[in-house]
Design a protein around this ligand. Structure first.
Ligand code: 5GP
Length: 204
């Protein structure tokens, strides 16, 4: 007598282990979110990990699409219940975290999971997932260019812009820890480079 179940289980495992965690990190204003949106629109095998945050929605941001917006209390309860794969305080102010269940479900469904998170989050995921986690850092052409992009965006207060610039300086110093670094001079060119990296990593 033979039993199909072990084979089915094996193929499930093979399917989920072929999937990867792809982390895009960059100082804000570098075009990281635009690159992430392009990848998601063009490659259905990628799903975005939607983070939890204690910061308030900005502009057109919607709950469960851009972030799960939660109170400080709810965030603390999630930490206590060990529901985060990683979490961090970003810009010295708000907390952001990646929920375990979000990622596990996507990986189990045969999707590559894309993360738009900070350097601290990238470090944590790399440590937890090793080679299965591909970390990519997007650099602006120069710090001056980044500063002018952030000031022209007009979505933040001057204090928030200063905080972002300070974090940007610290984050750029960590770029060397990443598996890949791409300089975003021009969106379409950088996107092609990103696809090149993902092909090399057998994600596309
Ligand atoms: P923003 O407030 O501009 O949406 O995001 C601020 C920073 O937090 C960005 O660099 C973003 O990538 C990062 N971030 C968003 N979600 C997470 C997360 O779940 N974990 C970590 N470590 N950083 C995150």
């Amino acid at each position: 007598m033979w039993n199909k179940a072990p084979d089915a289980a094996k193929s499930e495992t093979a399917k989920s282990e072929a999937t990867k965690l792809v982390v895009l990190a960059a100082p804000s204003g570098t075009g990281k979110s635009t690159l992430a949106a392009m990848l998601l629109a063009r490659n259905p095998r990628f799903k975005l990990s939607i983070s939890y945050t204690t910061r308030a929605p900005r502009g057109e941001e919607k709950n469960a699409i851009h972030y799960f917006f939660v109170s400080e209390d709810e965030f603390t309860k999630m930490i206590e219940a060990d529901r985060f794969l990683e979490y961090a305080v970003v810009f010295g102010k708000h907390r952001y975290g990646t929920a375990r269940e979000t990622v596990e479900e996507m990986l189990a469904n045969g999707k590559h999971v894309l993360f738009d998170i900070d350097v601290q989050g990238a470090r944590s995921l790399k440590k937890a997932f090793g080679a299965r986690c591909v970390t990519i850092f997007i650099l602006p052409p120069s710090f001056e260019e980044l500063e002018s992009r952030l000031r022209n965006r007009k979505t933040d207060t001057p204090e928030a812009i200063e905080a972002r610039l300070k974090t940007a300086r610290d984050e750029m110093a960590a770029a060397g820890e990443f598996d890949y670094r791409l300089v975003n001079q021009n969106l379409e060119d950088t996107y092609r480079e990103l696809e090149g990296v993902l092909q090399k990593e057998r994600c596309l």
